[in-house]
Write a protein that binds this ligand. Structure first.
Ligand code: 1HE
Length: 269
């Protein structure tokens, strides 16, 4: 059971568009720009970067969610009309750096989705390691209609969740997926009733935080990289990673606990 969340202190308490709370090893980051449907302005993206670079000591997992009726309306469109081509490239590369920081940072991240998960909002969601969607969630990639293209790593991350064909459909036709369609397509890992997303995500985040840190590290850092490698190279890296994880005292203790019948059995919870 998680302790009560309390506001983060220091640097993490000073963001204008992010509200951060901490409960033991779990950090909750809430996009806090509901009047603009949590549209991802450059300032908000930079605040996310600063937050993920400066996670509190002892953080072992993170939850990201959106304040108000929507997770995120994506790119802040008010910032793009006057952008030059070169500014556009650097803007996109900024997002790539920040989203890599989230995916390849020190802790597993669970996103809680509700309402609009649109454009860059879906790119951000795809950066998390797990997604919990509430029934109100809808997914869109309106870039085609807006005359632009994904720029926040969506073309690399979203097809790995739902496939190129489904993403192409969403972008070419403006097709919107509801929560059930998104779950079936692989956009979410868990589908819950409205209002239950945070509870589910905190439960998952607490469970994740109780794993051996090196196992979590291998799962979030090695697994996606191995999955991109040719099998022979991937299996070589797998052997190294598994030996490293297994050699850690945390792993040895857990195995001893199981053999001494002090640890739980595998079962559906
Ligand atoms: C915004 C944005 C935004 C809302 N940038 N300001 N994203 C989109 O194309 C999605 C555009 N947004 C929408 O379709 C709708 O706003 C929603 C379905 C998300 C929500 O609808 P609703 O009725 O709850 O809100 P609203 O009345 O449309 O918007 C409320 C305010 O938020 C309003 O501002 P206000 O000053 O008139 O109150 C909107 O202008 C503002 N707002 N969405 C800026 N996106 C790195 S590349 C990524 C590429 C993309 O992400 S493309 C997809 C962009």
């Amino acid at each position: 059971m998680l302790n009560t969340f309390t506001p983060a202190t220091g640097l993490l308490s000073q963001f204008s568009m992010l509200r951060i709370e901490v409960a033991g090893p779990v950090v909750h980051m809430r996009l806090n720009r509901p009047d603009k449907r949590n549209a991802l302005s450059t300032e908000l993206v930079k605040q996310l970067q600063t937050a993920f670079v400066n996670l509190p000591d002892g953080a072992r997992s993170a939850v990201i969610s959106g304040e108000g009726a929507h997770f995120s309306a994506g790119l802040d469109l008010s910032e793009v009309t006057e952008q030059t081509v070169s500014e556009g490239v650097f803007h996109s590369r900024l997002w790539h750096g920040v989203f890599d920081q989230i995916q390849f940072g020190p802790v597993p991240v669970v996103a809680v989705l509700h309402g609009a998960v649109v454009g860059g909002g879906l790119e951000l969601a795809a950066t998390a390691h797990l997604r919990v969607a509430e029934q109100s969630t809808f997914y869109g990639l309106p870039e085609g209609q807006r005359g632009i293209f994904v720029g926040g790593s969506g073309s690399a991350r979203i097809p790995r969740l739902m496939g190129v064909s489904r993403m192409t459909d969403m972008m070419l036709t403006g097709r919107v997926f509801d929560a059930a369609e998104g779950q079936a397509a692989g956009l979410s890992n868990y589908l819950v009733e409205d209002g239950q997303g945070l509870t589910k995500a905190f439960e998952l985040a607490a469970r994740i935080a109780s794993n051996a840190p090196l196992s979590n590290y291998a799962i979030t850092q090695a697994l996606p990289r191995i999955a991109e490698m040719a099998p022979a190279e991937g299996l070589f890296v797998e052997s190294l990673m598994s030996a490293i994880a297994q050699g850690d005292e945390a792993a040895k203790q857990r195995v001893r606990d199981f053999l001494a019948k002090r640890a739980g059995k595998v079962g559906k919870s």
